[in-house]
Design a protein around this ligand. Structure first.
Ligand code: SF4
Length: 478
């Protein structure tokens, strides 16, 4: 159950806030995180609400165990109406932001209305400050976060913010915290942008009280031992999710050229050792014993001399092979660009992959797109399109609507793999009926995070092909 039994409601239109008790029957039924946010969304936001209407709301919901010693209890769920699908959306992010939000003494923060000018909200314990943010509008995620950390300077302060993509209502703009953790899919950053909300900074001094500490510590201990004994964990700790690229490619799951191929002659350029060469440091979200995240140093000529976060499996696949790009440095730079601009790397890779495939195959002409960049290298094309999308420049204005809307406008709808308007993540469902089932039935559209039957298919716990046993598995996990 939610430890503080209260939510914080922030009204941007009125620049007001109040605390509300969360009814105990709601707490008991929905616990916290996604359940709690969804219960309030369904009650307070009508099904036909436009995602950019001030009547749409953002529910920031730390998980029920955040603030305790429970392993990997680090996530908040963001619940809203999706600009990409027009439907229910929840997405979550790790890092340390959820811990800071919980330390403010609230189990959920509800943002409603819309500001008339760029605004930063600072939540600290039971107080809320509304700060003018004109000078931050147009800043990258990194600049915004650094500026607020220095300016507000409170112990434990963490920031969730949007980049230029969110400001420009790109339908797959993310909300980022801790520089490179994102609530990414479905465009929650654009909802923040529509409310002229650049960032929410959070800090506080509230601790979560444990009702039965001895039993709780024993349960934590048991969970840590189970994690340590899991053979899957060491691979994730050693290689991060990018270690999945080779096994996924081996079974034909990696999308290539907008899901039109499953083999590519250049794939050896993305061998695991190419990423390991660039590995500089490992870091973790709050309380997570896995520490799967990787810091990279780029090896080739690079505009970015600083270390950057290494791309995850999804990002490598979608901004790499799905866009016919096989240069690890270029993919890492594209990931960095997405992190700065505030773009979901999966939808970005899917949307750019669609256009590049159509251009490569002569289904579109550069003139149709007002696309003068044909002479650029593939890496430069991807980077140019990311910038154009985030800033809604030229063809980027159409692509900022997401792959499905862009394809409909270009008469290319049959080229877009999607569910409910959300582009497929980096698992080709033609090699996994389990993933096809997962995508089709996910509440927010094509999503690999609600359930991941492919792992069981590859381990032999579920049949490799067919649907036997998979319906129950998918239902249980979802
Ligand atoms: S460090 Fe990796 S495994 Fe741990 S919570 Fe963060 S993203 Fe998940």
């Amino acid at each position: 159950m939610s430890p503080f039994h209260r939510l914080l409601r922030i009204n941007l239109t009125e620049r007001s806030f109040r605390q509300e008790e969360i009814p105990s029957e709601i707490e008991r039924a929905f616990v916290g995180g996604k359940g709690l946010g969804t219960a309030y969304l369904l009650t307070e936001v009508g099904a036909d609400t436009d995602p950019f209407d001030p009547g749409n709301k953002l529910f920031f919901c730390p998980g029920a165990l955040v603030g305790t010693l429970a392993p990997a209890a680090c996530r908040y769920e963001l619940v809203t109406v999706s600009p990409l699908t027009g439907l229910y959306l929840d997405c979550n992010a790790g890092g340390h932001y959820a811990t800071a939000l919980k330390a403010s003494g609230h189990d959920m923060v509800v943002v409603e209305g819309a500001a008339s000018s760029p605004t930063v909200v600072h939540v600290h314990d039971s107080e809320v400050d509304f700060l003018d943010a004109d000078e931050l509008w147009g800043c990258s995620i990194y600049e915004t976060e650094m500026t607020l950390l220095q300016r507000l300077g409170q112990p434990g302060l963490r920031v969730a913010s949007i980049g230029v993509a969110g400001e420009n209502l790109v339908r797959f703009a993310c909300i980022a915290n801790d520089f490179s953790r994102q609530a990414a899919r479905g465009g929650p950053g654009a909802v923040m942008g529509s409310k002229k909300l650049k960032a929410i900074a959070a800090s506080g001094t509230h601790a979560v009280a444990i009702a039965r500490p001895t039993e709780f510590i024993a349960a934590v201990d048991q969970a840590l031992r189970q994690i340590a004994d899991n053979p899957w964990v060491e691979g994730k700790r050693a290689h991060g999710t990018v270690g999945s690229l080779e096994p996924m490619y081996a079974v034909g799951a990696v999308p290539i050229r907008n899901f039109t191929a499953s083999e590519a002659a250049d794939m050896p350029s993305l061998a695991l050792e190419e990423f390991e060469h660039r590995f500089a440091m490992r870091f973790a979200c709050a309380m997570c014993p896995l520490s799967c995240s990787k810091g990279y140093r780029l090896l080739g000529d690079s505009s970015s001399s600083q270390g950057i976060e290494g791309p995850e499996y999804e990002t490598v696949s979608m901004l790499g092979p799905n866009c016919n790009l096989y240069d690890p440095d270029a993919i890492a730079e594209a990931n960095y660009l997405c992190n700065q601009l505030g773009l979901d790397t999966i939808s970005a890779g899917a949307t750019i992959g669609l256009v590049l495939q159509a251009l490569d195959d002569g289904l579109l002409s550069p003139a149709q797109l007002d696309w003068p960049e044909q002479s650029l290298s593939r890496a430069e094309q991807v980077a140019a399109l990311l910038e154009a999308i985030a800033k809604r420049r030229g063809i980027g204005d159409l692509l900022a609507e997401g792959a499905l809307r862009a394809a409909q406008a270009l008469d290319l709808e049959k080229l877009v793999p999607h569910v409910k308007g959300m582009e497929l993540p980096a698992y080709d469902p033609r090699v996994s009926e389990g993933m096809a089932l997962a995508f089709m039935t996910s509440d927010r559209g094509a999503c690999h995070l609600r359930t991941w039957p492919l792992g069981r298919e590859l381990s032999g716990e579920l049949p490799r092909f067919g649907t036997a046993g998979k319906v129950d598995f998918v239902v249980q996990q979802q």
